[in-house]
Structure formats: structure tokens, C-alpha cells
Design a protein around this ligand. Structure first.
Ligand code: PMP
Length: 358
């Protein structure tokens, strides 16, 4: 039996994708082997690698003057790679809206003159600070933001205007969840383990020219240029994860693409937020205009009840609802693969729990 997994990542994958992957697990496309066993220099793998890029470009509407690479190391490695690849003036601006944005800024300090121009720590990251053009250093190599903050459940209400300074955004927990104008960004990067694939592959989408002059200290493996020139095959890629990513892209296309999933995601999030807002028992502390449609944190009236909620939910087939240790309470991560029925079942459970514990 499949359960509803509300984990923030690694997270649920679409069932049709898992079934397809299972079918081809021992013998992929009559090659007589699994993709896991396949050389990355083989024709079938080269086809997977190439098609994954083509489909991601199509789904996100990535303009031609952007490179796309599928690499290893997770989003965290990009916290270091970004300042090492984009270091013309050796100065960069950061907006700190949560734990991962803070980690990114802390890594950058090691390699560039990284300045935090706005921070929402004063209110436990429950809002996104306003970014005005005047706040951004005109000489900055880039402005870094985390577009969706997985732990606190916030999201930028709109793309900040960074003028001529390239906007670099961590999309780990929101990539492919709604339509995005890629041309407004210099770089978008994301780990795959939420909306795309099992952990392993990380995606970097970078406007051509931004990483032409990496720092001389930048390790070869961290240089985007290295992987761009070799179509993501400079060294052994995370092949199986990239293959599942391709199958997820095909699935997403088959259901109508990002536009279609955006509608489903917004409907799912609205159902849950509406229920929370109409309840006197549950509460979401995030400023309404900055609410994430992927990660929905909430609390009950006490920590004791929160703990009880999480353990009783498990018995009802609703798992991984415990909030991040830094925030407490509960968090429902409702990525692309979470079916509407999962939200309905969660709300039913929330109603029953409230009735029994008021
Ligand atoms: N950024 C965000 C927004 C995240 O949610 C995460 C992981 N949860 C990371 C970065 C770190 O990703 P990774 O584990 O792939 O390094």
C-alpha cells in the first residue's frame, strides 16, 4: 500500500513514473540492463542525458542563451560554486530569508565580499523582506535569493527587480511548481529531490556568459564551464537520478506541463490554507502574501498536541508531517507528486484530530 508522504525532501514521486521505472528496472528499452548499470558514455545514456535537457528547456521555457547542466553535489555545493563561478568584481549581495539562504551567504563569504542586504530573521523568517533596487550594490556580481523557503514555508510574491545585477535563485523546493519567467534570472539552481527525482542530480540553469571567468581557485568540478562544455558528462553523472528526472519531465508534459501543475498546486495549497484559516485550532504564522504553495507549516494549540498530531497521523497513513526542528509544529510539503486526495485525507484527519482534542 502507498502512503501519503509529506516529507520536505526526498519526497513523493509520481506513481506512474515509479511504475514505469520499475518496468524498465532490469531491462531498460531492451538494452538488457538497468540504467543504474549503464556507462554514461553509452548511446542509450547519452540519449537520456540529451532528452532530459530538451524536455526541461521545453517545460520551463528556458531561452536559448541559457545553459542547462545536470550535476552532482546537491544545492549546497552550489552555495560554494556560485561565488567561485561569478566573481568578476568579487562582491555579491544576499537576501537571507531562511536557513538555506543563510547557509548560502555564509559559504559565499569565504570566496567573495558577500553582503546581506535584507534579512527576515527578526520575525523568525515568517515573511519576505521587500527588495528595492536602491538596496542592491550596482557592482555586485549577483544578487542571491532563495525563492521558496522550505523550512518556514515562505515564497517571494514576485521576482525582485535587480536591474543589471544578475539574479541568482535557489529553486530547490519550487522548481517546476509554477510558471517562471526564466529570462528574469541570471541563474536558477535546484536539487532534484523534491519536485524532480531521487536525490543525486542537481540542476543549474545559467545565462550564457555569466560563468565565463571563474575564480582561478575554483576547482574544476565546481566550474559550470567544465560541465557546460561537456554537456554534463565531464565525469560520471548521477545517471539513475537523471533518468528518473527525464521520466518526471515526460509525466509533467503528459498532464499539461507547468501551467497545469501550477493550477493543481494552487488549488491544493488553497484547500489547506483555507482550512487552517477557518480553524481556531490550527495556525499558520507566515505573512499571507508570502505563503509557499509547496511547504505549509502549521501548529496546534500546544507542543504536546503537535507531537500527538504527528504520531496519530502516521497511524492514518500520513507520514513526515513533523515540522523542521528549528520551527517545530507540523509541516505538510505538498510538491507536484502529492495527489489532491492526499490533501483531502490530511484535512479530514485534521478535522477529526481537532474534534477529539479540543
Ligand atoms: N536549498 C533549499 C531551499 C532546500 O530546501 C535545500 C534542502 N532541503 C537545500 C538548499 C539543500 O539542498 P541539498 O540537500 O541538495 O544540498
Amino acid at each position: 500500500m502507498r502512503i501519503y508522504n509529506f516529507s520536505a525532501g526526498p519526497s513523493m514521486l509520481p506513481l506512474p513514473v515509479l511504475e514505469k521505472v520499475q518496468k524498465g528496472l532490469l531491462n531498460y528499452n531492451d538494452t538488457g540492463m538497468s540504467v543504474m548499470e549503464m556507462s554514461h558514455r553509452s548511446k542509450p545514456y547519452e540519449a537520456i542525458n540529451a532528452e532530459a535537457e530538451i524536455l526541461l528547456r521545453e517545460l520551463m521555457g528556458i531561452p536559448k542563451d541559457y545553459d542547462v547542466i545536470f550535476i552532482q553535489g546537491g544545492a549546497s555545493t552550489q552555495f560554494e560554486a556560485i561565488p567561485l563561478n561569478m566573481c568578476k568584481n568579487k562582491t555579491a549581495d544576499y537576501v537571507v530569508t531562511g536557513v538555506f539562504a543563510e547557509k548560502a551567504a555564509k559559504e559565499a563569504v569565504k570566496f567573495t565580499d558577500a553582503k546581506v542586504i535584507a534579512n527576515s530573521k527578526d520575525k523568525a523568517f515568517t515573511y519576505i523582506p521587500e527588495i528595492k533596487k536602491g538596496m542592491i550594490n550596482k557592482n555586485a556580481d549577483y544578487l542571491h535569493i532563495c525563492y521558496n523557503n522550505t523550512i518556514v514555508g515562505t515564497k517571494f510574491a514576485s521576482i525582485p527587480d535587480s536591474g543589471s545585477v544578475p539574479l541568482v535563485a535557489d529553486f530547490s523546493s519550487c522548481i517546476l511548481s509554477e510558471t517562471t519567467d526564466v529570462s528574469k534570472f541570471g541563474v536558477i539552481y535546484a536539487g532534484a529531490q523534491k519536485n524532480i527525482a531521487p536525490a543525486g542530480v542537481t540542476i543549474v540553469i545559467a545565462k550564457k556568459g555569466l560563468s565565463d571567468n571563474p575564480s582561478p581557485a575554483c576547482p574544476t568540478m565546481l566550474q559550470w564551464k567544465t560541465q557546460i562544455e561537456q554537456s554534463s558528462l565531464y565525469n560520471t553523472p548521477p545517471g539513475f537520478s537523471t533518468y528518473v528526472a527525464l521520466e518526471v519531465f515526460k509525466w509533467l508534459k503528459s498532464i499539461g506541463g507547468v501551467k497545469a501543475i501550477e493550477k493543481i498546486n494552487k488549488d491544493k495549497a488553497k484547500m489547506l490554507y483555507d482550512f487552517i484559516d477557518n480553524s481556531k485550532f490550527y495556525n499558520n504564522k507566515v505573512e499571507k502574501k508570502n505563503r509557499s504553495i509547496m511547504n505549509v507549516p502549521f501548529v496546534s494549540p500546544s507542543e504536546e498536541l503537535d507531537n500527538k498530531f504527528v504520531s496519530e497521523a502516521i497511524k492514518n497513513g500520513l507520514i513526515a508531517l513533523k515540522g523542521h526542528r528549528l520551527v517545530g509544529g507540523m509541516r505538510a510539503s505538498i510538491y507536484n507528486a502529492m495527489p489532491v486526495d492526499g490533501i483531502k485525507k490530511l484535512i479530514e484527519f485534521m478535522k477529526d484530530f481537532e474534534k477529539n482534542n479540543k
